[in-house]
Design a protein around this ligand. Sequence first.
Ligand SMILES: C[S@@+](CC[C@H](N)C(=O)[O-])C[C@H]1O[C@@H](n2cnc3c(N)ncnc32)[C@H](O)[C@@H]1O
Length: 219
Amino acid sequence: MESSISSTRRCGACCRDHGQLSNADWQHRYDNAMTGWDRGRPSPILSRWVESGDLQPCEILVPGCGRGHEVIAFAEAGFTVTAVDFADAAVQSLEKELDRRGLQANVVQTDVFAFCQSKSFDAIYEQTSLCAIDPSQWETYQQLMACWLRPGGKLFACFMQSDKAGGPPFTCDISAMRRLFEEPTWQWPDDPVAAAERVEHPSGMHELAYILTRKESEQ
Ligand SMILES: C[S@@+](CC[C@H](N)C(=O)[O-])C[C@H]1O[C@@H](n2cnc3c(N)ncnc32)[C@H](O)[C@@H]1O
């Protein structure tokens, strides 16, 4: 069965043909079980990063969290988590699961482009949120992520590789990511090719995972 993550253009009920999805479009996908992106459990890269010590309990932000399997895993592991999504179904499902497990997270139902926080985060976990956003908005999203992170904070990014034109998911080609997350704001690993971790996705696609550092402002 083809994943719904790649089927935007066949969803005549609500999706726009230019690929950009509104809150109502995402809600429609949840309502109609078109959630091929959803692993039903946390991504394996999360436990790898926790086990390696790259990810340690801190103030972490999960934008475009969806049903929030990773939010739950972070809360269970002692992180202070803030999760953002605008879709009612996603937020309700996450809040219900947090409640059921007696866990705490700050779940904010809003458009990521309207998300404003006075404190800055130690880390951001970015998973299939960038690829859900139209590339015409990527520069703004990148600037927001730089704002949300404290200098020296880390961006744990899972860049979706769809190798297809259009989207969502919009493919996050690594050359394009190097141009988007660029010096002097962002620091990549010294050898980005060696540092990339391949993460298989249930959709049949895969992600390339990287840890980027939000550089100090004076650099
Ligand atoms: C492809 S899903 C990924 C969900 C989750 N990160 C995961 O990997 O399971 C994209 C999510 O981002 C949310 N989203 C898309 N654009 C958004 C926006 N502008 N503001 C807030 N949430 C958004 C959608 O509602 C959806 O839950």
